[in-house]
Design a protein around this ligand. Structure first.
Ligand SMILES: Nc1ncnc2c1ncn2[C@@H]1O[C@H](COP(=O)(O)OP(=O)(O)OP(=O)(O)O)[C@@H](O)[C@H]1O
Ligand SMILES: O=P(O)(O)OC[C@H]1O[C@H](OP(=O)(O)OP(=O)(O)O)[C@H](O)[C@@H]1O
Length: 230
């Protein structure tokens, strides 16, 4: 008997708030087994199975059709999937997990407050140093598309999978593109956001896969969507 596979973040704030969001709509998601065992169950709706996954892997699993529904950040779907609207459907923003993907530069760069200023600074940087200004990020697709669309030249991305704000102090980048929520990490690392440097405002979002096999699952899908009110 087939069932709808629902992918949910396996740890941390996103997992807890996802469980709360479904509970508020009469569906109980729960871990089965130990804290460390990634098994789960769904009560309150028929033919839905819980799959606990890393938030970062949920976009790929949706695109591959290995899960039917998935909860993850809207930033991760846009960054990890080329042409994401053809692969997944955005069913509902969930109202938590808010974070802004932004571009930030050293606070001491008095002449750089906008993208236009960054463009000028990058040009001058290349002339002075013989290589392009480095922007550290893990959001390669979103940052590349944004800078290209905005017509900024003379930059290069350097990969940073964590502690991205530290790369400027460590002299491995001149600027960063990362998510911020409270802004504390940026402040602590003496970085400032460009006034027009917002790339994407992210929040946890429920997605449906366009690539999964929904045959025979139309009725459970309709029942679930109705119960969730999305
Ligand atoms: N303050 C925050 N710090 C980090 N991520 C946040 C924050 N607020 C919201 N998010 C969102 O949470 C998601 C990332 O979650 P998480 O770090 O658990 O994912 P992950 O890449 O799967 O992590 P891991 O690889 O450690 O399992 C992104 O969509 C991000 O926008
Ligand atoms: O604006 P703030 O409230 O300070 O939050 C933003 C920070 O949180 C995230 O890092 P996380 O703790 O997930 O670790 P990471 O460096 O591994 O991404 C993000 O990458 C920022 O560094």
């Amino acid at each position: 008997m087939s069932a709808i596979k629902l992918g949910v973040p396996s740890k941390g704030r996103l997992m807890e708030k996802t469980f709360d969001w479904f509970a508020e709509r009469g569906i109980r998601l729960r871990r089965t087994g130990s804290e460390r065992e990634y098994a789960g169950a769904v009560d309150g709706v028929e033919k839905v199975e819980l799959v606990l996954l890393s938030a970062g892997e949920i976009p790929r699993e949706l695109a591959a059709g290995r899960i039917h529904l998935g909860v993850t950040g809207s930033d991760l779907v846009r960054d990890k999937l080329a042409d994401w609207p053809t692969l997944v459907e955005e069913l509902a923003p969930m109202g938590f997990g808010h974070a802004d993907l932004i571009i930030a530069v050293p606070a001491c760069w008095a002449d750089v407050d906008t993208l236009e200023d960054l463009d000028a600074a990058a040009h001058a940087f290349r002339a002075a140093h013989g290589h392009r200004l480095r922007i550290a990020t893990k959001y390669h697709r979103l940052v590349r598309e944004f800078l290209t669309r905005e017509g900024i030249a003379d930059w290069q991305l350097v990969d940073s999978q964590g502690a991205t704000e530290g790369t400027v102090k460590n002299l491995t980048a001149e600027a960063i593109a990362d998510i911020t929520s409270s802004g504390e990490t940026l402040r602590a690392n003496h970085l400032k956001i460009l006034s027009d440097g917002l790339i994407h405002s992210s929040q946890a979002t429920l997605f449906a896969s366009r690539m999964a096999d929904w045959a025979g699952l139309e009725a459970p899908r309709a029942a679930l969507i109705a119960q969730l009110g999305v």
